[in-house]
Structure formats: structure tokens, C-alpha cells
Design a protein around this ligand. Structure first.
Ligand SMILES: Nc1nc2c(ncn2[C@@H]2O[C@H](COP(=O)(O)OP(=O)(O)O)[C@@H](O)[C@H]2O)c(=O)[nH]1
Ligand SMILES: [Mg+2]
Length: 246
């Protein structure tokens, strides 16, 4: 992968990956909110040439935050590859961050919860901390019933078939330790949403600890969900193949 990244890399404790496809209405405020947390962070937006001009909004923000990184890919290539490209970019940095966050760029994941996930990571030094919608105290707000059923079913299938002892193994709000990512990166091949279970499965196969902390997930108010039949098919194919191989 030849990275075409703009922005000035900086030595920070935390990297935040924001995958975007059609998030022009959300991304500017989200960048501001993360910057205003006052943590030692560097944001990396992975945009797939969003037709709504998300990248242009990010470029505008780069004038204010020169260490804001933007990786522009030529076309929509999937959430899974966006996240793994983000991991690879941070891992290949001269001074990689100690922790890498992933979160949706649509405000479903509240940036104010970043310190909460980080506190669990600092306390337990594990591989992944998941912002969990299904742990006690966690909640989903604003999803229609069909979407709730899809999510619960996917989570139940993944937990049962892959033997994952987590309440929420499909959530995308996470804090990863770079130590784990370095070990697992060559085993991550997901193209879409199955990246969430591939990462926890790789942690579990390597006997890394994964923790959860409850969060409130709020359905997006701006833009549209990119979850489509293709993403569901990739998720099911990954799960069945993983069971078959084990
Ligand atoms: N770069 C990139 N980002 C994506 C792609 N698909 C989804 N995303 C982003 O991934 C995040 C989650 O997607 P979203 O549509 O909110 O999924 P949902 O929350 O499951 O309905 C959002 O920030 C999207 O913009 C993709 O193919 N490429
Ligand atoms: Mg979303």
C-alpha cells in the first residue's frame, strides 16, 4: 500500500482512526470534539473519496490542526480495509502511538467516552477495550427494530460460533493496544464490518485479554448508514469460514 497521507505525523500516546464515507455533516465537529478533549492524540481520517466532499472538510481542518492526518483512497473499499489501513499507517510511523482508537464518524460513538475506554486500558493493560452497547449500563438509542434485530443476531452468531465470551463483539468503538496490533496485523484480512469480530477473534486466539466498558450508542442524526446486504454477507462468510477452519 502506497500511502497518500497529508498532515504532519506527530509523536502522540493515542491515535484515533475515523473511517469516513459520506460524513461531511459530522466530521468537522467530531474532529473539534476530539481535539478539545485535551488528550495527547493524533487523528487519522480514512476517506474513500466521499461524494459529499468529506475530504475537503478535513483539509479545511488541517489548516487549524496540522497534525490531523488524512488518507484519501480512490473509491469505497470497505470499513474493514479502512480500519486495517489505519492500523498499518500507525504501526509504520516512526513513533507509533501506544493506543489506537477506532470509532464511527457519525456521532454514534460519543467522543466524551474516549477517556473512559482509555482509563480501562490504563488500568488493565489489555489488547482491546470495547465500548459495549450490550454490557450492563450500555444502551442503544434511536435504532429501528430491524436494525436492533440485525445487530443482536450478528452478535449472538459471532459469540456462539466463535466462542467469544463478550457481551458486544461487533461494536466499533474500541481502544487497541499497539502491542496487540503489531502481533495481529498480518492476520487481519476483513473487507467490511466483520473486522470487528476478526480482531477480537485474533486476540482470543493469541490469549490476549479483551475488556468491555458500557457506552450509550446513539443512532446517527446526519447522513446514512452504510450497512448493506454486502456487509452482512461478508460478516456471515467470515464467521462460517472461521468456524470451518477451527
Ligand atoms: N472509509 C470508509 N468508511 C466507511 C465505509 N463504510 C462505512 N464507513 C464509515 O464507517 C463508520 C460506520 O459506518 P455506518 O454507516 O455509520 O454504519 P452503522 O453505524 O453500522 O450503520 C462511519 O464513520 C462510516 O462513514 C467504507 O467503505 N469506507
Ligand atoms: Mg453509524
Amino acid at each position: 500500500m502506497a500511502y497518500q497521507i497529508t498532515g504532519t505525523p506527530q509523536n502522540t500516546e493515542i491515535g484515533v482512526i475515523l473511517p469516513t464515507y459520506g460524513e461531511a455533516e459530522n466530521i468537522a465537529n467530531l474532529i473539534e470534539d476530539i481535539e478539545n478533549l485535551g488528550l495527547n492524540t493524533q487523528i487519522l481520517v480514512i476517506d474513500d473519496s466521499s461524494p459529499d466532499g468529506t475530504a475537503t472538510v478535513v483539509q479545511e481542518k488541517q489548516k487549524k490542526y496540522p497534525n490531523l492526518l488524512l488518507y484519501s483512497r480512490p473509491k469505497k473499499t470497505g470499513l474493514g480495509t479502512a480500519i486495517t489501513d489505519g492500523f498499518k499507517i500507525y504501526l509504520s510511523a516512526q513513533n507509533p502511538p501506544k493506543y489506537v482508537f477506532t470509532m464511527d464518524a457519525d456521532y454514534s460513538h460519543n467522543p466524551q467516552d474516549i477517556p473512559k475506554l482509555l482509563a480501562v486500558m490504563h488500568e488493565s493493560d489489555c489488547a482491546i477495550v470495547i465500548g459495549s452497547r450490550y454490557s450492563k449500563g450500555g444502551k442503544i438509542q434511536g435504532w429501528p427494530l430491524t436494525r436492533k434485530i440485525i445487530s443482536k443476531t450478528a452478535n449472538t452468531i459471532a459469540r456462539a460460533l466463535l466462542g467469544l465470551k463478550l457481551q458486544d463483539c461487533t461494536a466499533g468503538f474500541r481502544c487497541y493496544s499497539t502491542t496487540f496490533l503489531r502481533e495481529a496485523i498480518s492476520s487481519l484480512h476483513s473487507t467490511t464490518y466483520e473486522i470487528q469480530i476478526e480482531t477480537v477473534r485474533q486476540a482470543s486466539l493469541r490469549n490476549f485479554v479483551v475488556k468491555e466498558t458500557p457506552v450509550l450508542f446513539v443512532n446517527r442524526k446526519q447522513g446514512k448508514s452504510k450497512l448493506a446486504w454486502g456487509e452482512i454477507k461478508s460478516f456471515l462468510t467470515y464467521t462460517i469460514r472461521a468456524v470451518w477452519r477451527s
